[in-house]
Design a protein around this ligand. Structure first.
Ligand SMILES: [Zn+2]
Length: 259
């Protein structure tokens, strides 16, 4: 059994081990991870799953091709075997397919509650920040809010948030962060873990801008502390043309809690 962990929405997927695996999260539609004998054996065929459900396979056809007999998908996976580029390409195809088939598919209706813990206020804060800077739509924010209310229907703050527009609810959530005491380290780990994922492959200068904006929403009481302060200062390096330093500072923030 191999565990795959979706950092974006905090879910685990348990899969029986085979030589090659590629996992896509059915909730956020992102590439969760892959396992391959790359370096020791062929990278295809590779089983492609959405969560724990089989979707199809990447086959060594015309280079590499994603094939799902069940869902009638056949799409060339570009990029070849180097750095498993063809896996990433196949993951993009699955993401597009999931987006297109979102309404009809039971993966989105049946949620496996046992596969992860419930969302808490920490998650709500993180999702509010991601929404606030435009890195995420409001789907996860709303889901977290619903779960908080499900766990405690009497929760007054959550009830109040529920009846506001997302934009207002998110602004209100920032105020709650300011007023309430919560585990700063747990929050920091969660936030930096998610940001590290968004950072991969993003445009440095626009990402630094988003981080500067995000920093402005953080509670005043700890925004000056490490690693949060890096989100504020990283962008400064760009105004002097120091891209490397900007990158390093953001990476330092995102990996602050590693190990
Ligand atoms: Zn996910």
């Amino acid at each position: 059994m191999t565990k795959f962990y979706c950092k974006t929405c905090n879910r685990f997927y348990n899969l029986k081990s085979g030589p090659n695996y590629l996992v896509i999260c059915p909730f956020c539609k992102e590439y969760v991870g892959s396992e391959s004998d790359y370096g020791f054996g062929p990278i295809a065929p590779c089983t492609v799953t959405i969560g724990e459900e089989a979707f199809g396979e990447i086959l060594p056809v015309d280079g590499y091709t994603l094939v799902s007999e069940k869902y009638h998908v056949r799409e060339w996976a570009r990029g070849g075997y180097k750095d498993l580029e063809c896996y990433k390409s196949a993951a993009e195809t699955v993401k597009a397919w999931l987006t297109e088939h979102k309404q009809e598919h039971e993966w989105f209706k049946e949620r496996n509650e046992s596969s992860r813990s419930r969302y808490t206020y920490i998650d709500l804060y993180v999702f509010a920040l991601l929404y606030g800077v435009g890195l995420q739509d409001d789907e996860l924010y709303k889901e977290a809010l619903d779960e908080i209310l499900m766990a405690d229907p009497e929760d007054e703050d959550a009830t109040e948030l529920k009846y506001q527009t997302t934009k207002n609810a998110v602004m209100h959530t920032f105020r709650l962060m300011e007023e309430r005491d919560f585990d700063k380290a747990e929050f920091g780990k969660r936030l930096m873990g998610v940001l590290a994922e968004y950072f991969k492959g993003s445009d440095l200068s626009s990402f630094a801008d988003s981080m500067y904006k995000l920093w402005g929403f953080l509670p005043y009481r700890f925004s000056e502390e490490k690693p949060f302060c890096y989100l504020f200062s990283a962008g400064d390096h760009l105004s002097y043309g120091n891209r490397g330093e900007c990158y390093d500072e953001l990476a330092t923030a995102f990996h602050y809690y590693d190990e």
